[in-house]
Write a protein that binds this ligand. Structure first.
Ligand code: ATP
Ligand code: MG
Length: 321
Protein backbone atom coordinates (compact mmCIF):
# COMPACT_ATOMS: atom_id res chain seq x y z
CA UNK A 1 0.00 0.00 0.00
CA UNK A 2 1.18 3.52 -0.82
CA UNK A 3 1.58 6.58 1.36
CA UNK A 4 -1.44 8.07 -0.43
CA UNK A 5 -3.54 5.08 0.64
CA UNK A 6 -2.60 5.48 4.30
CA UNK A 7 -3.18 9.23 4.03
CA UNK A 8 -6.71 8.63 2.74
CA UNK A 9 -7.49 6.08 5.46
CA UNK A 10 -6.21 8.48 8.12
CA UNK A 11 -8.32 11.29 6.75
CA UNK A 12 -11.36 9.01 6.59
CA UNK A 13 -10.87 7.87 10.18
CA UNK A 14 -10.66 11.43 11.43
CA UNK A 15 -13.65 12.67 9.44
CA UNK A 16 -16.41 13.75 11.80
CA UNK A 17 -19.87 14.06 10.29
CA UNK A 18 -22.69 16.11 11.73
CA UNK A 19 -25.29 13.59 10.56
CA UNK A 20 -28.84 14.64 11.49
CA UNK A 21 -29.26 12.63 14.72
CA UNK A 22 -25.76 13.62 15.86
CA UNK A 23 -26.42 17.28 15.12
CA UNK A 24 -29.75 17.21 16.95
CA UNK A 25 -28.09 15.78 20.05
CA UNK A 26 -25.23 18.28 19.85
CA UNK A 27 -27.62 21.20 19.50
CA UNK A 28 -29.73 19.98 22.45
CA UNK A 29 -26.65 19.83 24.64
CA UNK A 30 -25.63 23.27 23.47
CA UNK A 31 -29.12 24.67 24.08
CA UNK A 32 -29.08 23.22 27.62
CA UNK A 33 -25.74 24.85 28.34
CA UNK A 34 -26.92 28.21 27.01
CA UNK A 35 -30.17 27.96 28.99
CA UNK A 36 -28.15 27.36 32.14
CA UNK A 37 -25.81 30.26 31.42
CA UNK A 38 -28.66 32.68 30.80
CA UNK A 39 -31.15 31.55 33.42
CA UNK A 40 -29.52 29.11 35.85
CA UNK A 41 -32.12 26.49 34.83
CA UNK A 42 -30.64 23.01 34.70
CA UNK A 43 -32.21 20.97 31.90
CA UNK A 44 -31.00 17.37 31.58
CA UNK A 45 -30.70 15.16 28.51
CA UNK A 46 -30.45 11.45 27.88
CA UNK A 47 -28.65 10.43 24.66
CA UNK A 48 -29.19 6.83 23.67
CA UNK A 49 -27.55 4.84 20.89
CA UNK A 50 -26.34 1.36 20.13
CA UNK A 51 -22.61 0.65 20.12
CA UNK A 52 -20.83 2.57 17.35
CA UNK A 53 -23.48 5.24 16.86
CA UNK A 54 -21.11 8.00 18.04
CA UNK A 55 -22.00 8.68 21.71
CA UNK A 56 -18.42 9.06 22.94
CA UNK A 57 -17.48 11.06 19.84
CA UNK A 58 -20.39 13.41 20.52
CA UNK A 59 -19.44 13.82 24.18
CA UNK A 60 -15.80 14.50 23.32
CA UNK A 61 -16.69 16.90 20.53
CA UNK A 62 -18.97 18.84 22.86
CA UNK A 63 -16.32 18.92 25.58
CA UNK A 64 -13.78 20.26 23.05
CA UNK A 65 -16.20 22.99 22.08
CA UNK A 66 -15.95 24.30 25.65
CA UNK A 67 -12.35 23.43 26.52
CA UNK A 68 -10.89 23.53 29.99
CA UNK A 69 -8.37 26.25 30.67
CA UNK A 70 -6.09 27.27 33.49
CA UNK A 71 -6.30 30.47 35.50
CA UNK A 72 -3.50 31.38 37.90
CA UNK A 73 -5.33 30.09 40.97
CA UNK A 74 -7.58 27.34 39.50
CA UNK A 75 -8.63 25.32 36.48
CA UNK A 76 -11.86 26.20 34.68
CA UNK A 77 -13.73 23.13 33.41
CA UNK A 78 -16.89 24.34 31.62
CA UNK A 79 -17.96 20.80 30.64
CA UNK A 80 -17.02 17.94 32.91
CA UNK A 81 -16.80 14.63 31.02
CA UNK A 82 -16.61 11.38 32.97
CA UNK A 83 -17.05 7.81 31.88
CA UNK A 84 -19.04 5.69 34.34
CA UNK A 85 -16.84 2.67 35.12
CA UNK A 86 -17.99 -0.88 34.36
CA UNK A 87 -19.78 -2.55 37.29
CA UNK A 88 -20.28 0.96 38.61
CA UNK A 89 -20.02 1.54 42.32
CA UNK A 90 -20.55 4.91 43.94
CA UNK A 91 -16.86 4.99 44.90
CA UNK A 92 -15.73 4.17 41.34
CA UNK A 93 -18.07 6.75 39.83
CA UNK A 94 -17.11 9.57 42.17
CA UNK A 95 -13.42 8.72 41.69
CA UNK A 96 -13.84 9.02 37.90
CA UNK A 97 -15.35 12.48 38.47
CA UNK A 98 -12.61 13.53 40.90
CA UNK A 99 -9.93 12.43 38.43
CA UNK A 100 -11.46 14.59 35.72
CA UNK A 101 -11.54 17.51 38.14
CA UNK A 102 -7.81 17.19 38.70
CA UNK A 103 -7.99 15.69 42.20
CA UNK A 104 -4.59 14.17 42.94
CA UNK A 105 -5.87 11.49 45.32
CA UNK A 106 -9.27 10.49 43.95
CA UNK A 107 -9.46 7.34 46.08
CA UNK A 108 -8.86 9.16 49.40
CA UNK A 109 -11.67 9.31 51.97
CA UNK A 110 -15.08 7.78 52.50
CA UNK A 111 -17.79 8.04 49.86
CA UNK A 112 -19.39 11.04 51.53
CA UNK A 113 -16.04 12.81 51.87
CA UNK A 114 -15.24 12.12 48.21
CA UNK A 115 -18.67 13.30 47.14
CA UNK A 116 -18.35 16.52 49.13
CA UNK A 117 -14.92 17.04 47.58
CA UNK A 118 -16.28 16.47 44.06
CA UNK A 119 -19.10 19.00 44.65
CA UNK A 120 -16.63 21.57 46.00
CA UNK A 121 -14.13 21.00 43.19
CA UNK A 122 -16.83 21.17 40.51
CA UNK A 123 -18.00 24.50 41.90
CA UNK A 124 -14.40 25.72 42.16
CA UNK A 125 -13.73 24.73 38.54
CA UNK A 126 -16.90 26.57 37.45
CA UNK A 127 -18.38 23.44 35.86
CA UNK A 128 -21.49 24.30 33.83
CA UNK A 129 -22.48 20.90 32.49
CA UNK A 130 -21.88 17.30 33.58
CA UNK A 131 -21.54 14.75 30.80
CA UNK A 132 -21.61 11.10 31.85
CA UNK A 133 -20.73 8.51 29.20
CA UNK A 134 -21.38 4.74 29.50
CA UNK A 135 -24.46 5.49 31.62
CA UNK A 136 -25.71 1.92 31.09
CA UNK A 137 -23.12 0.89 33.67
CA UNK A 138 -25.29 2.54 36.32
CA UNK A 139 -28.09 0.28 35.20
CA UNK A 140 -25.86 -2.81 34.92
CA UNK A 141 -25.61 -2.82 38.66
CA UNK A 142 -24.46 -5.93 40.44
CA UNK A 143 -25.87 -7.42 43.59
CA UNK A 144 -23.96 -5.37 46.12
CA UNK A 145 -25.73 -2.47 47.79
CA UNK A 146 -23.07 -0.02 46.69
CA UNK A 147 -23.84 -0.82 43.06
CA UNK A 148 -27.56 -0.82 43.61
CA UNK A 149 -27.52 2.74 44.91
CA UNK A 150 -25.41 4.39 42.21
CA UNK A 151 -28.59 5.73 40.58
CA UNK A 152 -29.75 7.26 43.86
CA UNK A 153 -26.31 8.69 44.51
CA UNK A 154 -26.27 10.23 41.04
CA UNK A 155 -29.61 11.90 41.66
CA UNK A 156 -28.32 13.38 44.93
CA UNK A 157 -25.09 14.52 43.26
CA UNK A 158 -27.01 16.20 40.43
CA UNK A 159 -29.23 17.97 42.96
CA UNK A 160 -26.25 19.15 45.01
CA UNK A 161 -24.73 20.82 41.96
CA UNK A 162 -27.93 21.97 40.20
CA UNK A 163 -26.13 21.77 36.85
CA UNK A 164 -27.46 20.49 33.53
CA UNK A 165 -26.48 16.85 32.99
CA UNK A 166 -26.16 14.81 29.82
CA UNK A 167 -26.22 11.03 30.21
CA UNK A 168 -25.06 8.99 27.21
CA UNK A 169 -25.56 5.25 27.06
CA UNK A 170 -26.77 2.15 25.30
CA UNK A 171 -30.55 1.92 24.81
CA UNK A 172 -30.88 -0.29 27.90
CA UNK A 173 -30.05 2.80 29.99
CA UNK A 174 -33.76 3.47 29.66
CA UNK A 175 -34.38 0.62 32.09
CA UNK A 176 -32.59 2.66 34.75
CA UNK A 177 -35.24 5.33 34.33
CA UNK A 178 -38.01 2.75 34.38
CA UNK A 179 -36.98 1.62 37.87
CA UNK A 180 -35.77 4.94 39.27
CA UNK A 181 -38.66 7.37 39.35
CA UNK A 182 -36.58 10.30 40.56
CA UNK A 183 -34.07 9.98 37.73
CA UNK A 184 -36.94 9.48 35.28
CA UNK A 185 -38.35 12.88 36.20
CA UNK A 186 -34.94 14.48 35.77
CA UNK A 187 -34.28 12.90 32.37
CA UNK A 188 -37.56 13.35 30.58
CA UNK A 189 -35.78 14.66 27.46
CA UNK A 190 -34.24 11.93 25.35
CA UNK A 191 -32.66 11.80 21.90
CA UNK A 192 -31.46 8.80 19.92
CA UNK A 193 -28.23 8.75 17.93
CA UNK A 194 -29.48 5.96 15.76
CA UNK A 195 -30.08 7.17 12.22
CA UNK A 196 -32.99 4.75 12.12
CA UNK A 197 -34.74 5.29 15.41
CA UNK A 198 -37.20 2.93 17.01
CA UNK A 199 -40.56 2.56 15.46
CA UNK A 200 -40.09 4.10 12.02
CA UNK A 201 -39.14 2.09 9.00
CA UNK A 202 -35.45 2.43 8.20
CA UNK A 203 -34.69 4.96 5.54
CA UNK A 204 -32.09 3.68 3.12
CA UNK A 205 -31.44 7.30 2.12
CA UNK A 206 -29.91 7.88 5.59
CA UNK A 207 -27.46 5.02 5.16
CA UNK A 208 -26.47 6.12 1.68
CA UNK A 209 -26.09 9.72 2.86
CA UNK A 210 -23.64 8.58 5.56
CA UNK A 211 -21.66 6.48 3.08
CA UNK A 212 -21.61 9.16 0.39
CA UNK A 213 -20.46 11.87 2.83
CA UNK A 214 -17.67 9.68 4.18
CA UNK A 215 -16.72 8.60 0.65
CA UNK A 216 -15.83 12.21 -0.16
CA UNK A 217 -12.54 11.52 1.61
CA UNK A 218 -11.81 8.61 -0.74
CA UNK A 219 -10.35 9.29 -4.21
CA UNK A 220 -12.35 6.42 -5.83
CA UNK A 221 -16.03 6.90 -6.74
CA UNK A 222 -18.83 4.70 -5.43
CA UNK A 223 -20.57 2.76 -8.15
CA UNK A 224 -23.94 1.20 -7.23
CA UNK A 225 -24.36 -0.82 -10.45
CA UNK A 226 -25.81 -3.23 -11.38
CA UNK A 227 -28.46 -2.04 -8.88
CA UNK A 228 -29.46 1.55 -8.17
CA UNK A 229 -28.67 3.77 -5.19
CA UNK A 230 -31.91 2.80 -3.45
CA UNK A 231 -31.04 -0.90 -3.39
CA UNK A 232 -27.46 -0.18 -2.37
CA UNK A 233 -28.84 1.92 0.49
CA UNK A 234 -31.03 -0.95 1.64
CA UNK A 235 -28.11 -3.37 1.52
CA UNK A 236 -26.06 -0.86 3.47
CA UNK A 237 -28.82 -0.62 6.05
CA UNK A 238 -28.72 -4.39 6.62
CA UNK A 239 -24.90 -4.31 6.73
CA UNK A 240 -24.54 -1.48 9.26
CA UNK A 241 -27.94 -0.73 10.86
CA UNK A 242 -27.03 2.89 10.12
CA UNK A 243 -24.23 2.91 12.70
CA UNK A 244 -21.53 5.31 11.64
CA UNK A 245 -18.69 3.19 13.05
CA UNK A 246 -19.69 0.27 10.78
CA UNK A 247 -20.17 2.49 7.72
CA UNK A 248 -16.66 3.83 8.26
CA UNK A 249 -15.12 0.38 8.73
CA UNK A 250 -16.86 -0.87 5.64
CA UNK A 251 -15.60 1.99 3.52
CA UNK A 252 -11.99 1.71 4.73
CA UNK A 253 -11.91 -2.01 3.88
CA UNK A 254 -13.75 -1.57 0.58
CA UNK A 255 -11.25 1.10 -0.43
CA UNK A 256 -8.36 -1.26 0.44
CA UNK A 257 -10.00 -4.04 -1.64
CA UNK A 258 -10.41 -1.71 -4.62
CA UNK A 259 -6.74 -0.66 -4.43
CA UNK A 260 -5.64 -4.32 -4.11
CA UNK A 261 -7.65 -5.42 -7.12
CA UNK A 262 -6.75 -2.36 -9.23
CA UNK A 263 -10.42 -1.34 -9.49
CA UNK A 264 -11.15 2.28 -10.39
CA UNK A 265 -14.33 2.45 -8.29
CA UNK A 266 -15.94 0.91 -5.19
CA UNK A 267 -18.75 -1.51 -6.03
CA UNK A 268 -20.81 -4.12 -4.17
CA UNK A 269 -17.99 -6.61 -4.84
CA UNK A 270 -15.59 -4.59 -2.69
CA UNK A 271 -18.33 -3.88 -0.13
CA UNK A 272 -19.13 -7.61 0.12
CA UNK A 273 -15.47 -8.41 0.87
CA UNK A 274 -15.31 -5.53 3.31
CA UNK A 275 -18.43 -6.74 5.18
CA UNK A 276 -16.84 -10.16 5.74
CA UNK A 277 -13.44 -8.69 6.61
CA UNK A 278 -14.52 -5.89 8.91
CA UNK A 279 -17.99 -6.58 10.27
CA UNK A 280 -18.76 -10.29 10.32
CA UNK A 281 -16.39 -13.09 9.23
CA UNK A 282 -19.32 -15.53 8.96
CA UNK A 283 -21.23 -13.09 6.75
CA UNK A 284 -20.91 -14.84 3.44
CA UNK A 285 -23.40 -15.75 0.67
CA UNK A 286 -26.99 -15.34 1.90
CA UNK A 287 -25.71 -13.75 5.10
CA UNK A 288 -23.79 -11.02 3.29
CA UNK A 289 -25.97 -7.97 2.53
CA UNK A 290 -23.91 -7.18 -0.57
CA UNK A 291 -24.21 -10.68 -2.03
CA UNK A 292 -26.73 -11.26 -4.84
CA UNK A 293 -28.20 -14.17 -2.83
CA UNK A 294 -28.69 -12.12 0.40
CA UNK A 295 -31.67 -13.17 2.53
CA UNK A 296 -32.97 -9.57 2.93
CA UNK A 297 -33.49 -9.62 6.65
CA UNK A 298 -31.99 -7.95 9.71
CA UNK A 299 -28.86 -9.77 10.90
CA UNK A 300 -30.02 -9.77 14.50
CA UNK A 301 -30.36 -13.45 15.35
CA UNK A 302 -28.22 -15.28 17.89
CA UNK A 303 -24.54 -14.94 16.90
CA UNK A 304 -25.22 -12.33 14.22
CA UNK A 305 -23.61 -8.88 14.34
CA UNK A 306 -26.74 -6.98 15.35
CA UNK A 307 -28.10 -9.50 17.83
CA UNK A 308 -30.39 -7.57 20.13
CA UNK A 309 -30.49 -7.80 23.87
CA UNK A 310 -31.52 -4.25 24.57
CA UNK A 311 -34.78 -2.65 25.56
CA UNK A 312 -36.44 -0.86 22.71
CA UNK A 313 -33.71 -1.49 20.19
CA UNK A 314 -35.36 -4.10 18.02
CA UNK A 315 -35.06 -2.61 14.56
CA UNK A 316 -38.21 -2.53 12.52
CA UNK A 317 -38.72 -5.62 10.38
CA UNK A 318 -37.82 -4.86 6.85
CA UNK A 319 -37.79 -6.93 3.73
CA UNK A 320 -36.80 -5.92 0.25
CA UNK A 321 -40.30 -5.46 -1.10
N1 ATP B 1 -20.14 11.96 13.88
C1 ATP B 1 -19.23 11.08 13.44
N2 ATP B 1 -18.65 11.25 12.23
C2 ATP B 1 -17.76 10.37 11.75
N3 ATP B 1 -17.38 9.27 12.42
C3 ATP B 1 -17.90 9.04 13.62
C4 ATP B 1 -18.87 9.93 14.19
N4 ATP B 1 -19.23 9.43 15.39
C5 ATP B 1 -18.53 8.29 15.56
N5 ATP B 1 -17.74 8.05 14.50
C6 ATP B 1 -16.85 6.91 14.31
O1 ATP B 1 -17.42 5.76 14.90
C7 ATP B 1 -16.50 5.18 15.85
C8 ATP B 1 -17.28 4.78 17.09
O2 ATP B 1 -17.79 5.97 17.68
P1 ATP B 1 -18.02 6.08 19.26
O3 ATP B 1 -16.90 5.45 20.00
O4 ATP B 1 -18.31 7.51 19.51
O5 ATP B 1 -19.33 5.20 19.42
P2 ATP B 1 -20.14 4.86 20.75
O6 ATP B 1 -21.58 5.09 20.46
O7 ATP B 1 -19.53 5.60 21.89
O8 ATP B 1 -19.89 3.31 20.89
P3 ATP B 1 -19.83 2.42 22.23
O9 ATP B 1 -21.25 2.32 22.75
O10 ATP B 1 -19.32 1.09 21.77
O11 ATP B 1 -18.92 3.11 23.21
C9 ATP B 1 -15.45 6.25 16.13
O12 ATP B 1 -14.19 5.67 16.22
C10 ATP B 1 -15.50 7.16 14.95
O13 ATP B 1 -14.50 6.78 14.02
MG1 MG C 1 -18.64 5.05 23.68
Amino acid sequence: MTEAFYGTVKQLQSTCLMFPAFQTAFERMDANLRLYRKTGIAQNLLVLGESGTGKTTLARMFTERYPRHALIERDIVPVLYASVPAAATIAGTVEAILTQLGDLEPDRGTISIKTARAVKLAKGCAVEMLVFDEAQHIQDRGRSQSQYFVGDWLKAFIDALSLPVTLLGLPRTQRLLQVNEQLRRRFSHCVSLSTEPGNQLPDEADSIALLASLAEAVPLPLNPSPQGWGELGLRLHFATQGRIAYVKQLLVHAYGCAIDSGSNCITTTELAHAFTASIWPAGIGPLNPFDQGFQWRNLDRQGEPFQMGDVGTQPPRRSKH
